[in-house]
Ligand binder design. Structure first.
Ligand code: OSB
Ligand code: MG
Length: 368
């Protein structure tokens, strides 16, 4: 396949709710949407999950734009691509910047699946017709507010509840949740808010029978996480620490985690995400698909990836309508009883709502 043109768009969408983590609060989301056009006039779409500030990792919308414009797009425009698996190697001279790489790789996976007449899920080797999803709930002002949101999510049928924690918003909050919801599948995500010194606080989580605690320690650590995992019952899940299949291999070998959260952007694309999935399947480590408050394109890629068999735990891919008044795809991603039905049309299986895209775009640029 030949990529003839790539269009970058800078979109801004208002979130329906404030989303607070141990790092700060989001009210709106600005991100890059990438459209890659092939020689047959088809368009494939990719979404960057980099935020405006580098709190989650070192990438931002601007660093992604720079990498795409100055390195990745020129490389793709001058290379003939047979299969999206080649992209990884093509970009191997460029270190890290995984979210930027993933943006364009995702668009090429979309094109490839359209050109070969299969759904993105099938092109990736996925077989599930429906996927189970949970919901991720930010830190609230009051515990009562959190309990109300959990109640709504449980009534909506979400398969597990994830709450954000940080020192001071953890043990008491989880105790209160367990008082009202003694048996719901519950987990906590710390986004690196603790250090090994806080081990008694983390040990105290064992009494709540969480399905896991996500990324309790530093984003660049797998050593202390191994020490921690040896001393607590709650399974440790790594998010921020895993950037590649090699990272996953080392973390598993060290015993740093019992579960891995796979995010397509964080690991540099669908090909690497699939490799991590396969390795974890081999090692008996369950995985689930994380979320980055994606708009429609990123969301549909998450849906497709989750159809692989070792995604045995509900992911963070909630319904479009949880985040947005109007998403950029038609139909939107909907959840019924905690399940998303996977479309089987070629490509991502959802149409781009180009009017919505235009409405949210305030800058765009084309590259040939
Ligand atoms: O750590 O999983 C995370 C959102 C933004 C950045 C990091 C994370 C999250 C979430 C929300 O937990 C997942 C979602 O609903 O998309
Ligand atoms: Mg996380």
């Amino acid at each position: 396949m030949e990529i003839k043109e790539v269009v970058l768009r800078h979109l801004k969408m208002k979130l329906k709710f404030d989303f607070t983590t141990s790092f700060g609060t989001f009210r709106e989301k600005e991100f890059i949407l990438l459209e890659a056009k092939d020689e047959q006039g088809r368009s494939g779409w990719g979404e960057s999950v980099a935020f405006m500030s580098p709190w989650y990792n070192e990438e931002t919308l601007k660093t992604n734009w720079h990498l795409l414009e100055d390195f990745l797009i020129p490389e793709v425009l001058r290379t003939n691509i047979e299969h999206p698996d080649e992209i990884n190697k093509m970009f191997s001279a460029i270190r890290k910047n995984n979210m930027a790489k993933s943006t364009i790789e995702g668009a090429i996976w979309d094109l490839y699946s359209q050109r070969t007449g299969q759904s993105l899920a099938s092109a990736l080797g996925g077989t599930k017709k429906q996927i189970e999803v949970g919901i991720s709930i930010g830190i609230q002002e009051k515990v009562e507010d959190l309990l109300k949101i959990i109640e709504q999510a449980v009534n909506d049928g979400y398969k597990r509840i994830k709450v954000k924690i940080k020192p001071g918003w953890d043990i008491e909050v989880l105790r209160e949740i367990r008082k009202h919801f003694p048996t719901i599948p519950l987990m906590a995500d710390a986004n690196s808010a603790y250090r090994l010194n806080d081990i008694h606080r983390l040990k105290a989580l064992d009494e709540f029978h969480l399905t896991m605690v996500e990324q309790p320690l530093a984003s660049d650590d797998i050593i202390d996480h191994a020490t921690l995992q040896r001393q607590i019952e709650t399974p440790v899940c790594l998010d921020e620490s895993i950037h590649s299949c090699e990272d996953a291999r080392k973390a598993i070998e060290l015993g740093s985690c019992k579960v891995i959260n796979i995010k397509i952007g964080r690991v540099g694309g669908l090909t690497e995400a699939k490799r991590i999935h396969d390795l974890c399947a081999d090692k008996g480590i369950p995985v689930w698909c994380g979320g980055m408050l994606e708009a429609g394109i990123g969301r549909t890629h998450n849906v497709a990836l989750t159809t692989l068999t070792n995604f045995t735990m509900p992911g963070d891919t909630a319904a479009s309508s949880r985040y947005w008044v109007k998403d950029i795809i038609k139909p939107e991603v909907t959840v019924e009883n905690g399940l998303i039905t996977v479309p089987d049309r070629p490509g991502i299986g959802y149409d781009i709502d180009i009017e919505a895209v235009n409405e949210y775009t305030f800058f765009e640029k084309s590259y040939r």
